[in-house]
Design a protein around this ligand. Sequence first.
Ligand SMILES: [Zn+2]
Length: 100
Amino acid sequence: MFEEIYPSSRRTLEHAGLHLAEEMGELSEKILAYRGARDSVNFDQVKAEAADLISCFFGVFNSSGIDAAKEISAHFSNNCHECHKMPCECSFEKILSYKS
Ligand SMILES: [Zn+2]
């Protein structure tokens, strides 16, 4: 669907990646605004930005020629890709330690 809406032929992977980073920041801003206000207007903005962000993730997949469904399926074929449990049993501290 996103390949039809935002054809990858119209942008590079670099542009898709930069757009993704920008949209992550916008979602973070909306979440912070919602955290302060706790109203439906701000929550609606969180929902819209989250949907927008997802389109950017698919933009990266499409711009790099990666089959999103195939890669996501393979990555989570054994449940959580770190602890291999379902539901995941990783703590937030454990998740951070994977990155270092
Ligand atoms: Zn886990």
